[in-house]
Design a protein around this ligand. Structure first.
Ligand code: ADP
Ligand code: MG
Length: 673
């Protein structure tokens, strides 16, 4: 059978249905998939040595003839495999532990390559548990020894060794069928090797440099294709979608801005101008407004809603949780009520509401509205693409303008890259008058003092405190809830004179609202919570944020939690508790003592923990690259430049059909997660 890139993997020799099912778990279903199944590291067995020259402590590869191969037992009764191997220079003993089948694989007289560590064993230098490879033909390539050996993410019953053989077979048979899709001009400009070579070398590099070249090419491709896809989405949006232009003269606009009890920050003004420019176009806006909690995003959104209203259009604002929806409702109502605008709140199963400004949760998706001119989505990554589409589904042939908001602090360079399909406005400065939240990492032995200090502070100022317990697992499970419940019992004794509320994700919406209301109205002095309060809630009287198990959070998350305090007039404090003694953990947490900007902290986290950890384990909707890294800012800049070059020549990539095809197919890197 002639193999093609789309041939199901089961049909390549030595795979079959059983192994194919295991490969499927790793995301490998076709011949092409296995080519893109990249190793996550290499074992370096490239140092080859004559047997007489090997030294204890080295990791080397030797080639020789097996003189003896036996099963034996150690003094403690464990199974042991012993071999004696000889080459022209000398002889060495080899041992394996508890692999009796080896005696059936390796026989006296065989020529073998052995790669592994050489150690003292008793008074002899012995090679221990090496990788082995039978040498049937002196010219055959070695896959498992004598080179940089690829190590893949494995699954049960499927080893790197087995994968190597299959990958090698597919490369031999099919690599010539992989087409180059990056134009030569770009490859030359950025020194990228050909795709066929890159695939070959990512699996079987001839040396460290070729492995590096391969990784660079594939990282470039991953960023490049991701960004190009976003670029194509943006182009399609702009060329196929139509919107009602919406605008407002300076006078009526000033009306609403002047009713605010504060003046807009420079960043808010800039964002507002960008939004107003977008709204005035017949192409629907598709803009992301990024800013820390409390930076004033909702206020900006409310002004845009006002403009829509003045143009006779309805605005719909969707938030991911009931708490947030209610809070937006309050903020926006405060602004639009005085202008005589009716505002509706849509959560749960409330009946139809047809107010010109509607705030709600995903319950909004179950109703249909006409005449929508502006859709605002908060924390858009919490919603699926389908849900977002549903809200922006046009009225007739018009699409509403779309403003999405996020408090997830992403470094500007990264945001520009991954949100390439959106225009971006960032609120970097907080409204003036906002005080920095004084932050301490509290040493274990000071816990008791800290509690006493909190009691005193709350009694003196009449302020309130949040105490956050981390999630025990990735999502809010029963055991997480149990953890806050037992902490709740404990804190009753720690703060006997203060009333404490308990909030967690397993409460019914009504229960949550009731708990929050008690805190909002000051009935409870302390709110103990899982990180469900993370996004958005606004309690100006809260002055202390205490976070337990701080090491479990990313810096960005901690910063977001900290943003829950410092919103009122009095000084606020953030206390980070950790049970970890690890100095790097302490160092990481201490960054919060001195850095008070979300995007900056995101950068620190990026450099200290890597992109995988940047936003914690929470669902964040960011593409996590398989081989590329957000922290490679040079490569990121190069891919962006490459995209500008190509799309200025051919906006729809029609001149680059191979590339166009690849962008359509999407990214095909596989790494087994
Ligand atoms: P976000 O949506 O980014 O969390 P909000 O728009 O809800 O922020 O604003 C948070 C709080 O700050 C609100 O109480 C709001 O009235 C207030 N606020 C917003 N902008 C300003 C400003 N420029 N100056 C002072 N206070 C502001
Ligand atoms: Mg808000």
């Amino acid at each position: 059978m002639e193999l093609s890139l789309t041939t199901p993997i089961q049909y390549i020799p030595r795979v079959g249905p059983v192994m194919a099912a295991k490969l499927k778990k790793l995301g490998v279903e076709t011949v092409e998939d296995i080519l893109w199944y990249v190793p996550f590291r290499y074992d370096d067995y490239s140092l080859k040595s004559p047997i007489s020259r090997v030294q204890a402590g080295e990791t080397v590869t030797i080639r020789g003839t097996v003189e003896r191969m036996t099963n034996a037992f150690t003094k403690t009764g464990k199974k042991l495999q012993q071999a004696k191997v000889t080459d022209a220079s000398g002889t060495i003993d080899v041992v394996w532990f508890n692999q009796p089948f080896l005696a059936q694989t390796i026989h006296k007289g065989d020529n073998v390559n052995l790669s592994g560590k050489v150690e003292w064993f008793g008074n002899k230098v012995v090679m221990q548990s090496p990788e082995y490879e039978l040498v049937e033909d002196n010219h055959a390539v070695s896959l498992h020894t004598g080179r940089l050996v690829p190590i893949y993410p494995e699954t049960e019953g499927l080893s790197s060794k087995w994968l190597r053989g299959r990958v090698h077979f597919v490369i031999k048979e099919c690599i010539h069928k992989v087409f180059e899709y990056i134009p030569n001009s770009i490859r030359n400009k950025y020194g990228l090797i050909e795709i066929q070579k890159a695939i070959e070398y990512i699996h079987f590099p001839i040396d460290k440099n070729s492995a590096k070249d391969a990784l660079r090419r594939l990282s470039f491709d991953e960023l490049f294709l991701t960004l190009l896809q976003a670029h194509e989405q943006k182009r399609l949006w702009q060329t196929t979608q139509h919107a009602h232009p919406i605008s407002l003269a300076r006078g009526p606009l000033a009306n609403i801005v002047q009713t605010l009890p504060f003046s807009l920050t420079g960043d808010q003004q800039k964002a507002l101008t960008e939004i107003l420019d977008d709204l005035a176009k017949p192409i629907p806006m598709n803009r992301l407004l990024e800013g820390d909690v409390g930076s004033g995003k909702t206020v900006v959104a409310a002004i845009a809603m006002y403009v829509a209203y003045k143009n006779g259009f309805r605005s719909v604002c969707m938030a991911p949780t009931q708490i947030l929806a209610e809070q937006h409702f309050a903020t926006i109502k405060k602004m639009l009520d005085p202008m005589g605008i009716d505002i509706g709140l849509v959560t749960g199963n409330k009946k139809m509401n047809q107010a010109p400004v509607l705030i709600g949760t995903h319950a909004l998706l179950h109703q249909s509205f006409n005449n929508v001119g502006l859709v605002v989505i908060d924390e858009q990554h919490r919603f699926g693409v389908k849900q977002r589409m549903q809200l922006t589904k046009g009225n007739g042939n018009k699409t509403p303008h779309l403003l999405t908001m996020t408090a997830t602090p992403i470094p500007r360079t990264v945001a520009r890259a991954i949100y390439g399909n959106l225009d971006l406005s960032i609120l970097e400065t907080m409204p003036s008058g906002r005080k920095k939240v004084k932050t301490w990492v509290v040493p274990k032995e000071k816990r008791k003092n800290a509690y006493e200090w909190i009691t005193k502070k709350l009694q003196e100022t009449g302020g309130q405190a949040f105490i956050i317990c981390p999630l025990i697992e990735d999502s809010e499970t029963l055991s997480s809830v149990k953890a806050v419940k037992s902490e709740y019992a404990r804190l009753q004794k720690v703060f006997p004179k203060l009333s404490i509320g308990l909030l967690h994700g397993r409460l019914k919406p009504k229960g949550k609202t009731a708990v929050l209301e008690r805190f909002q109205t000051g009935k409870d002095a302390i709110l103990l919570s899982t990180p469900v309060v993370e996004v958005g809630i606004d309690i100006p009287n809260a002055v202390i944020m205490l976070i337990e198990g701080a090491e479990r959070f990313g810096l960005s998350q901690l910063h977001q939690l900290r943003g829950r305090v410092g919103r009122g007039r009095i000084a606020s404090f953030c206390l980070l508790f950790t049970e970890s003694d690890d100095p790097t953990t302490t160092k990481r947490l201490k960054a919060l003592e001195t850095i008070h900007s979300g995007p900056k902290l995101a950068e620190v986290d990026l450099s200290l923990r890597g992109p995988g950890e940047l936003f914690g384990t929470r669902q964040h909707g960011l593409p996590l690259f398989k081989v590329a890294s957000f922290s490679d800012t040079l490569l990121l800049a190069q891919t962006q430049e490459a995209i500008r070059l190509l799309t200025s020549e051919s906006p729809d990539l029609a001149q680059f059909p191979q590339l166009r095809e690849r962008v359509k197919k999407g990214i095909i890197m596989r790494t087994g997660d």
